[in-house]
Design a protein around this ligand. Structure first.
Ligand SMILES: CC(C)(COP(=O)(O)OP(=O)(O)OC[C@H]1O[C@@H](n2cnc3c(N)ncnc32)[C@H](O)[C@@H]1O)[C@@H](O)C(=O)NCCC(=O)NCCS
Ligand SMILES: Nc1ncnc2c1ncn2[C@@H]1O[C@H](COP(=O)(O)OP(=O)(O)OP(=O)(O)O)[C@@H](O)[C@H]1O
Length: 216
């Protein structure tokens, strides 16, 4: 996903990266940080008071219950922050925003606000070896992380568009350009801008409707 979203960023597309947001919402003294400490204890902290991501990762990727608990703490905060950022882009006049979200189909919370969903697919063996290489993980650690998410094959069936990324970056780039053109063509930005003005004027009830149109 990050590979494709950074290619889209180079084209000037606005991107909201859920992984970046996830790091922001657990900064020391934030509500999610406090809840994490309450439930996981101070032993998951680094000396500087920040969360030791490696330690927390070891805990949650080897226990589905703990992962569920962490998700229940972080996901509402992540989604709130993402909606804020979406609205900001909208106010700035962007016609749409691209969300880079690892657990989109697993949490299902966001999908109803989106008209287009894109899965960046690669075959399982390639996924495993790329993850091991990128994060310096053992095979077991990488399998645990992949096992904590819906299989890509299943996600592929749920997406409205698929980018096949088992091959070269150049091939992926070409597919991304084709998809970008197709999606740009499908934007109805005049309607979207009209709703944005209403939302900025404080018509709170229109917020969800605004978001739905924004990411269309
Ligand atoms: C557990 C944490 C501290 C580990 O951090 P770390 O920097 O070591 O790993 P990173 O965030 O890069 O994730 C590693 C891999 O695991 C996946 N992943 C991350 N969180 C989860 C999760 N809750 N469930 C399934 N897969 C996950 C990522 O997509 C990635 O493929 C961190 O992933 C986290 O805070 N997760 C909970 C928030 C979350 O769900 N983030 C996903 C995006 S919304
Ligand atoms: N076509 C490709 N050829 C070679 N390497 C690739 C290709 N696409 C992605 N990679 C590499 O695979 C690794 C994983 O890709 P990327 O970080 O884009 O995945 P992601 O879906 O964002 O992952 P996560 O959900 O784990 O954050 C990265 O090191 C990336 O550079």
């Amino acid at each position: 996903k990050s590979t494709v979203s950074s290619q889209l960023k180079e084209l000037g597309c606005p991107i909201i990266d859920a992984d970046v947001v996830a790091r922001k919402v657990v900064k020391p003294q934030s509500p999610a940080y406090r809840l994490i400490l309450q439930h996981f204890g101070r032993e998951i902290l680094l000396d500087n008071g920040e969360i030791d991501r490696q330690k927390l990762g070891q805990i949650i990727f080897s226990s589905p219950e703990k992962r569920k608990l962490l998700n229940s703490i972080t996901h509402p905060e992540i989604h709130k922050e993402m909606f804020k950022q979406i609205l900001l882009y909208f106010i700035k006049g962007y016609r749409y925003v691209i969300l880079d979200v690892p657990l989109l189909f697993e949490t299902r919370r966001l999908t109803r606000f989106l008209t287009h969903t894109v899965v960046v697919y690669c075959d399982p063996a390639t996924q495993l070896s790329r993850l091991m290489q990128r994060d310096g993980l053992s095979q077991e650690e990488a399998e645990q992380r992949i096992g904590a998410q819906m299989p890509l094959k299943e996600k592929r069936g749920l997406a409205s568009h698929v980018i096949e990324n088992s091959g070269s970056r150049e091939d992926t780039h070409r597919q991304m350009l084709r998809l970008h053109t197709k999606l740009e063509d499908s934007m109805e930005f005049l309607v979207v801008r009209a709703v944005a003005v209403a939302a900025v004027a404080g018509l709170g009830g229109l917020f969800l409707c605004t978001v739905r149109m924004l990411v269309s």
